[in-house]
Design a protein around this ligand. Structure first.
Ligand code: SF4
Length: 184
């Protein structure tokens, strides 16, 4: 006994949160950019052989305002960090980040002054993908993990969205002045 038994055929009932999460899980659009060698594997993920379209994520968007997933595919240099951070800030909420490869996750083999030791120093990361480079299957698995996370989202999750992200304006300025010193 329930409402479903009284409804005509073809009508479904669900919770609004579940419906919203379902639509987000199946239409997560990545931002169109790559940083280094990992980007080649990310590009391969979009080909017919790997078929990222099965997740509705084949629409790599050239504008941060039309993307809700940032795949950081490659090492993040001090020079690029303020740029990436600004692009991340321009993306609308809700938004997600995948750190693709060991360089984006933790600096990789580049343990030096020029490379940020993990993109999570400048923005929150949802899924880390190990490997150098990770294969397209690994990125698809990361998308699977992200979908699991999206399925658990609640409207309450977004209640504190106006909290500042991890990098403050003065920290961005410090990165920018470091970049200027390096390029002088
Ligand atoms: S993890 Fe490996 S393949 Fe990816 S950017 Fe770093 S060095 Fe290149």
């Amino acid at each position: 006994m329930g409402l479903e038994e009284k409804l005509p055929e073809g009508i479904l009932t669900t919770q609004l949160e579940a419906l919203v999460n379902w639509s987000r899980q199946n239409s997560t659009w990545p931002l169109l950019f790559g940083l280094a060698c990992c980007a080649i594997e990310m590009i391969a993920t979009g080909t017919a052989r790997y078929d990222i379209a099965r997740y509705g994520s084949e629409l790599f968007r050239a504008s941060p305002r039309q993307a809700d997933l940032m795949i950081v595919s490659g090492r993040v240099s001090n020079k690029m960090a303020p740029v990436i951070k600004r692009i991340y800030d321009q993306m609308c909420e809700p938004k997600w980040v995948i750190a693709m490869g060991i360089c984006a996750s933790a600096g990789g083999p580049f343990n030096n002054y020029a490379i940020i030791q993990g993109v999570d120093k400048i923005m929150p990361v949802d899924v880390y993908v190990p490997g150098c480079p990770p294969r397209p299957e690994s990125l698809l698995y990361a998308l699977d993990k992200l979908r699991e996370k999206q399925a658990k989202d609640t409207f309450r999750t977004y209640a504190n969205l106006d909290q500042p992200t991890q990098l403050t304006a003065s920290e961005i300025d410090a990165l920018e002045s470091l970049r200027q010193k390096q390029t002088a």
